[in-house]
Ligand binder design. Sequence first.
Ligand SMILES: Cc1cc2nc3c(=O)[nH]c(=O)nc-3n(C[C@H](O)[C@H](O)[C@H](O)COP(=O)(O)OP(=O)(O)OC[C@H]3O[C@@H](n4cnc5c(N)ncnc54)[C@H](O)[C@@H]3O)c2cc1C
Length: 412
Amino acid sequence: MSDMDLFKNDVKQWLEENCPHSLRTPTPENELVWGGKNVNFVTQDMRDWFERMRDKRWFCPGWPSEYGGGGLSATEVNILEKEMLRMRCRPPQINLGIWMLGPVLLKYGTEEQKKRLLLPMTQGEVRWCQGFSEPNAGSDLANIRTSAVDMGDHFLVNGSKIWTSYGDKSDWMYALVRTDNNASKHAGISLLALDMASAGVTPKTIDLISGKSTFCEVFFDNVKVPKDNLIGDVNGGWPLAKLLLQHERSAMSKFGEFSLPNHFHLKTFVNDYMPKPHTVSETILHARTVVCDMEERIFNLTVQRMGEEARSGKDVFPTMSIMKYAHSEQEKVKFELLLDVMGYRALGWQLDGCANDSFSEQELSVTRGWLNSFTQTIAGGSSEVQLNVIAKRVLNLPDSKAGSSVKKVTTS
Ligand SMILES: Cc1cc2nc3c(=O)[nH]c(=O)nc-3n(C[C@H](O)[C@H](O)[C@H](O)COP(=O)(O)OP(=O)(O)OC[C@H]3O[C@@H](n4cnc5c(N)ncnc54)[C@H](O)[C@@H]3O)c2cc1C
């Protein structure tokens, strides 16, 4: 038996013994475990699973052990992920720090920063949020205006961010700031790690159509950020931002694989609501379901193939935009189909704190899921922007013609 076969057996046995059976199911939104100072466990099983994975150092299995990672090789990480997927183990915690900032710190952080910032991530102790977008800097991200002025031993930060997911619940933010107003817009940007408990930081939640508020505006009023929280060089933040965004897209496109097990399984839904097609329109719905199901399988196989390519050393990063685009657009189609299949049964709406016994838990999540599917075509760079990035960076097509009315995209 090869070393990898032995490793696989160990992984299987460990997961079998340590992942509670109640957590081998898709994760409902209210049961997502966000790491951080105020981590919340709905059940004891969730706490156990979190602590066991943390102690095993498998929150970040592939990171070097000196920074709290598991020190596994790419092949071993692959085996672990596949086994978790096969057993349908829930992710023990969700943490933007691990998905996005961690890989950037590993590449660009100082030794001191790696020890100070990565270690708490691997323990699930700090919840991070992303401070990139501003009112006039979304697709055109390099247009950010939030300023950080060099004051000797610290930067003084003023301005505001918008659409900061869970800004009110996060402990730290990685933020893009302008450190040079005279340089060209890409050249005057830096990346800072910012403690959300600093004086002068005010998050304000934004109400959403879904009835939930996951977004914040975050205001900075003379916020002091120590110099050693600068990641990379002063004015050198843009390449780091691009790398970070690629990791964001990669994480988003993998949601269906292992990041967030998919809550909505088409076949189950369709069988429950439309066991046998009787009319022409039901037959058409069935045909749409088959197409949707096939596309989902194709997508998952492609993600797996790209994972294998990445692990064998191929640079698959530019193609993450394709996956992000395909996945988010596919989710939209899927939810539209669910609404059509379920009819009025999809229209249940749970208000916080109110019982709603007329609809099942699944039925109550469909309309919210449908509304949420639109947001995924915007978060991490809109679909139109992804198409531009694909045209430029993957297909190497020329820029839009001079004089074209289409604004130049600078997101990545
Ligand atoms: C669910 C969700 C979570 C988010 N979380 C965060 C977060 O945590 N932190 C953060 O910093 N930001 C976050 N965002 C913000 C997100 O990054 C921006 O909304 C996104 O980049 C688009 O920017 P915008 O909203 O300013 O739209 P705009 O850039 O104003 O775009 C408006 C429309 O114009 C289109 N468009 C713009 N430029 C072009 C072009 N050149 N060619 C073709 N079409 C174009 C866009 O596709 C879009 O349809 C989140 C957004 C969502 C929806």
